[in-house]
Design a protein around this ligand. Structure first.
Ligand code: MN
Length: 723
């Protein structure tokens, strides 16, 4: 093996705080055993990956438990080990960390996108409880990206895009510059290889040009020497290092902001690290003596740190040969935080959670809270991307309180960031004491004042949804309309659906329409058609976006050759779930889509936040998993089937058959004979001349499933039937 425990022990030797070597060795042995039969796509033994993740964590200065969790991070996902096993062997803290980076399996959702979103949501939730989860996740992603060549091109692009949109911004938010820049540069290489290569070439050319002025030194070495000579007497022990800016940093300026290569001032950055804050300002003065500063390029992040804790003085100057470069000046402490961000916390505090940390992480909590109200997966991803990825402006309330908002935020966003009532009752706004239109974009250092009305009838305008930038404001505006204007929303939703249906040639009788809409509402997780209309009305659902699946459903609905639909009243798709919750009347009940419980199954309820009670089979893997978590136990509640034979439930049938004699048609017509309505059908022709057919059908009781199975088994060519 190329790489083993010795790498870790070596790294620990040079780390500047102590590690529990026993525990780390034990975790290494355990992970090695667990992954022993697995190989990476590159063909190397799998254990190489966890070792590298652990190494990254040691280099970041993370604590023993994070390093152990790094070694174990893939065992739950990839092997038979459970969270309990880890808890038993390594303690609850480590088990929580490992679980936090483990993807959800069996997510009860329709699309890959939705599953993906659920996983991101889970990760954010876990990280709001313990920030080490995200540091481990970032280390995992970093090593995967470093070895991305082994992936297929498609996977490389998918992962690179996700890295660019989620993980690099997260690293940025946490102030982890080294990781952020490496992630961005690797992702860029795969997303835009041409531009990446172009930048490499341009940098080389520039470097060559610049060295014309010099003898035998690179430009950076030359400047470093010049800086050193100037400051050696005012800052003893100063460390000076120069570097080229990252590929992605340059890419952003040229390809995204459309600047010319000449305008990209600072491809070089010189960093001067000193002992004290006063030395920082002295060095700044000295730099402005020997180089000409470019106006308006000086930034003092020491007196006003960035929200991710970054502190430094920045100035851009013109150096020898008219070549501009940036100088960053900071103390050693600031430097460590600038490079490792949140990870610096463990280096200094050894894992003690401080108030400052809590405050810095409050944005994660805010995102998560807001996201629980997201209406669609797409919605959620969009707001994550805006909330994590945006640059920020700092503005003040009239009382001098600072508010941080994404660049592009308006006065309306500001109002909602104070309180939803301030936003809802807003009639105007002032910037630095002057009245300004409320859609005005706010800028750093402005004092913003909101003018509100006491009138009880006043509320936001629907147009604001198109103006605001933050997802916080969007959600708050939507929820106002959701609450205050239900009747109006339903009306509006209904009109819009009618219009869209007409446009798409969806023709149904009034009865059919009810049945059809009821199933659409259910598919979109609404309890009734009215809820569905209302969501369209307040803008939670955009009709044009859900039309493609509706059109599919419509053609299936019209084409199913079977189903004596006339006999089936709308009742049979009744939105009443046929389940009562013990002790609670009129409770919102959803049937879980992961296990599709059917009358006759033994069931249990799970209280979800804001979404009533979800009913699962007691043997549903998701339930069995959740029951292991004692903090979740109070969310379980007994539920019972009511006797409602008219209710229909979605169930699935998986049929494997020989591909002969029009087998699919035979099965569908047999289902028709049995009066079974097909909700969805997927046939896949396999290479061995078999066909796999998955039906989703409406039935009313588990016993029906048995009789269907018996009937279908009599068809020649059927190999197996699973439900
Ligand atoms: Mn991994």
């Amino acid at each position: 093996m190329l790489i083993g425990i010795n790498c870790l022990l070596d790294a620990i030797k040079y780390a500047d705080h102590s590690y529990n070597i026993d525990l780390i060795t034990r975790a290494f042995e355990f992970a090695k055993d667990c992954h022993s039969c697995q190989k990476r796509l590159s063909g190397e033994p799998y254990i190489i990956h966890p070792i590298n993740v652990a190494l990254i964590l040691i280099n970041l200065g993370m604590d023993t438990n994070s390093v152990v969790a790094g070694l174990l991070h893939d065992v739950i996902e990839d092997t038979k080990v459970s969270k309990d096993d880890i808890s038993e062997k390594f303690g609850a803290d480590i088990a929580l960390l490992v679980d936090g980076v483990t993807k959800l399996s069996n997510v009860p959702l329709y699309t890959k996108e939705e599953q993906h979103v659920e996983n991101i949501r889970k990760m954010l939730l876990a990280m709001s409880k313990d920030i080490r989860v995200i540091v481990i996740k970032l280390a995992d992603r970093l090593h995967n990206m470093r070895t991305a060549l082994a992936w297929s091109e498609q996977k490389r692009r998918d992962k690179s895009l996700e890295t660019m949109e989620i993980y690099a911004p997260l690293a940025q938010r946490l102030g982890m510059r080294t990781i952020k820049e490496e992630l961005e540069d690797i992702a860029l290489k795969y997303l835009d290889p041409v531009a990446y290569e172009e930048i490499t070439q341009m940098l080389q050319k520039q470097e060559l040009n610049n060295s014309i002025y010099l003898n035998n030194e690179t430009y950076i070495e030359y400047i470093e020497q010049k800086v050193f000579n100037k400051i050696k007497n005012i800052a003893s022990n100063a460390k000076i290092n120069g570097r080229l800016k990252s590929h992605y940093g340059i890419y952003r300026k040229i390809y995204i902001n459309g600047k010319d290569w000449e305008e990209v001032f600072d491809i070089y950055a010189i960093r001067v690290i000193v002992n004290t804050v006063s030395e920082c300002y002295n060095v700044l003065g000295a730099m402005h003596e020997i180089f000409t500063p470019i106006p308006n390029r000086f930034k003092d992040y020491i007196s006003t740190p960035k929200p991710n804790m970054y502190q430094s003085l920045h100035t851009t100057v013109i150096g020898t040969g008219g070549i501009p470069f940036e100088i960053q000046i900071r103390t050693f402490d600031m430097h460590y935080i600038a490079e490792y961000g949140i990870a610096a916390h463990w280096k200094y505090k050894q894992g003690v959670q401080s108030d400052g940390l809590e405050k810095r992480l409050s944005w994660i909590r805010r995102i998560i809270e807001l996201q629980q109200e997201s209406d669609t997966a797409e919605d959620f991803m969009q707001s994550i991307k805006t909330d994590i990825g945006s640059e920020e402006v700092f503005v003040f309330t009239p009382n001098g309180e600072v508010k941080t908002l994404p660049v592009g935020s308006t006065i309306i966003d500001f109002a909602y960031s104070i309180h939803s009532e301030v936003g809802n009752k807003m009639i105007g706004g002032k910037i630095n004491g002057r009245i300004a239109p409320i859609e005005t974009k706010i800028k750093t250092n402005q004092v913003i004042e909101i003018i509100t009305t006491k009138s009880a009838n006043h509320g936001p305008s629907r147009n604001w949804l198109k103006i605001v930038k933050t997802s916080e404001a969007k959600h708050k505006i939507k929820s106002w309309f959701k609450k205050e204007k239900r009747a109006e929303n339903i009306q509006e939703g209904m009109t819009e659906i009618k219009r869209e249906f007409a446009r798409n040639n969806i023709n149904l009788t009034e009865n059919e329409l009810q049945v059809f809409l009821d199933s659409i509402a259910h598919r979109n997780k609404f309890n009734s058609i009215d809820d569905f209309y209302a969501a369209i009305g307040y803008g939670g659902i955009v009709v044009s976006k859900i039309m493609p699946p509706i059109k599919d459903a419509y053609s299936k609905y019209k084409n199913v050759p079977t189903a004596p639909r006339q006999n089936q009243s709308a009742r049979s798709f009744s939105n009443s779930s046929g389940v009562t919750v013990e002790g609670i009347e009129h409770c919102l009940v959803n049937l879980a889509k992961c296990c599709n419980p059917i009358p006759g199954n033994s069931i249990i309820g799970f209280i979800t936040r804001g979404n009533g009670v979800t009913v699962h089979k007691t043997i549903c893997p998701n339930i069995l998993n959740t029951q292991k978590d004692i903090t979740q136990l109070d969310k379980f509640i007994p539920v019972h089937w009511t006797n409602s034979p008219n209710n229909k439930y979605i169930s699935s049938l998986k049929i494997l058959a020989q591909n002969q004699d029009n087998i699919v048609a035979k099965v569908t017509s047999e289902l028709a004979n049995l009066n079974i309505t097909i909700n969805e059908l997927n046939a896949k022709f396999l290479k061995n001349n078999n066909v796999s057919i998955v039906f989703s059908i409406w039935i009313s009781h588990i016993s029906q499933l048995k009789s269907i199975t018996q009937k279908l088994k009599k068809i020649t060519g059927i190999i197996s039937i699973d439900s």
